[in-house]
Ligand binder design. Structure first.
Ligand SMILES: *[C@@H]1O[C@H](CO)[C@@H](O)[C@H](O)[C@H]1NC(C)=O
Length: 418
């Protein structure tokens, strides 16, 4: 087979779609499942736009659906292995060979991925096409459903591994050509990026042309700090990773010597609390406890899963959360830091304990820090995978805001056409 012509066709299938002339903003409200603490989104499938609840997997490469229990299997069309779509899903020639391992006439096989999506697809699956739709709003504020007719999904042959009731698959938002934001950007001719704001109970994903949050603080999406996205061989290639130079607690640099560089931070929606790699965690916890004790915070016995806890009566409160030592993740230079402030660092574990909401991630973490859950709450994030950079804002609580303020930009719009 002539590979170059296949690549040309692929380029055309990505770029030759006619983009909408009107500006368009797509959004996806998220709920948080209280039992699994996972974010869940509803996307619409098939010609009749059946709602399907999916667990959000931030770095996931694709949309996994449990096809064994699909209510409308006829609407899901398996993709042959010698096809442009199969090449797009596998990204290179060796991936394509693996996808076609069961013979040239077979359908495009997709392998279980490491991480959350892998659990969902322990038995592997096939690539398939189905119509998928999400909510959108155009430049004049009119709300409608934006449909992609030939959306590529990974069809698992078994039920997904998530405990959340009613969840029938995962929603990958990762750096791959078949993640939701990637296929939506291609179909609607919008930039390859999305904004995410996650809170303790809900969230919102927004993509498209913008303006995004014009009524919130002069459009808060314009005041983010950026850091380049990194790639690591040890991780899923679709994961969002950034390089970490050092960690500072209350302005003091923590030694990372006990674990070898390069140091990286992975962003994840699969965990409720940020995890720090085992070799560093003890020094991290003790540095925080030392700075906290200098502020008059009294330590109490830890409450699992946390390692460092304090007497709540000794923790001062401010309008932007507990007044505790600042944790700075120093990124590409000393000037660029991700600051984890009080409202993101502390968790009220019991009446007697307020704990540092960061856990020991063990030895097999893959990254130095997996930033997730509580530490990503009420922070505006921009996943600009087209521009290979990540944008992050200061904690919204510092401006007396929350993700619900960003989400309500869309709630207040009329929804005439569904
Ligand atoms: C991240 O660090 C690795 C190892 O030091 C380096 O090779 C890579 O270029 C860095 N990536 C970015 C985006 O800075």
């Amino acid at each position: 087979m002539a590979a170059p012509s296949l690549y040309l066709l692929l380029l055309c299938s990505l770029a030759c779609l006619v983009p909408s002339s009107r500006s368009r903003t797509l959004f996806l409200p998220l709920a948080k499942d209280p039992s699994t603490l996972r974010y869940v989104a509803t996307v619409y499938h098939g010609p009749s736009l059946d709602p399907v609840d999916r667990a959000v997997d931030l770095g996931g490469p694709s949309l996994w659906l449990d096809c064994s229990a699909s209510s409308s299997p006829s609407a899901v069309r398996p993709v042959p292995c010698r096809s442009i779509q199969c090449l797009a899903a596998t990204s290179d020639a060796s991936g394509l060979r693996r996808a076609c391992a069961s013979g040239a006439s077979a359908v495009c096989g997709v392998r279980p991925e490491s991480g959350a999506a892998g659990e969902a697809a322990a038995r592997g699956g096939v690539l398939a096409e189905v119509a998928v739709a999400v909510d959108s709003v155009d430049g004049s504020g009119e709300r409608s459903v934006a449909a992609v007719d030939r959306f590529l999904i990974s069809c698992a042959r078994g039920p997904p591994g998530y405990g959340a009731t009613g969840v029938r698959g995962t929603l990958g938002l990762g750096r791959s050509r078949i993640s939701l934001p990637s296929q939506v950007a291609t179909a609607f001719g919008v930039r390859r990026r999305f904004f995410a704001c996650l809170s303790a109970s809900e969230g919102v994903i927004v993509a498209g042309d913008g303006p995004f949050f014009p009524r919130v603080d002069g459009d808060i999406s314009r005041s983010l700090t950026y850091t380049p996205l990194a790639t690591a061989k040890s991780a899923r290639s679709s994961d969002y990773l950034i390089n970490l130079t050092s960690i500072k607690i209350d302005g003091k640099r923590l030694s990372l010597d006990s674990s070898s560089p390069p140091h990286s931070i992975k962003l994840s929606t699969a965990i409720p609390y940020t995890a720090v790699a085992s070799p560093i965690y003890p020094a991290f916890g003790e540095a925080f406890a030392g700075a906290a004790s200098a502020m008059g915070m009294a330590r109490v016995p830890p409450v699992a899963p946390f390692g460092v806890c304090f007497d709540p009566r000794t923790v001062a409160a401010t309008g932007a959360g507990p007044d505790v030592p600042a944790i700075d993740l120093v990124l590409q230079s000393e000037m660029v830091r991700w600051r984890i402030g009080g409202s993101n660092s502390m968790v009220r574990a019991s009446d007697e304990a307020t704990c540092l909401g960061v856990v020991d991630g063990g030895d097999g973490l893959g990254s130095t820090v997996v930033l997730g859950g509580h530490q990503l709450e009420d922070v505006l994030l921009e996943f600009d995978f087209g521009g290979s950079r990540l944008g992050f804002g200061p904690p919204l609580s510092a401006r007396r805001l929350a993700c619900s303020d960003l989400r309500s930009e869309f709630n207040s719009m009329a929804f005439p056409s569904l």
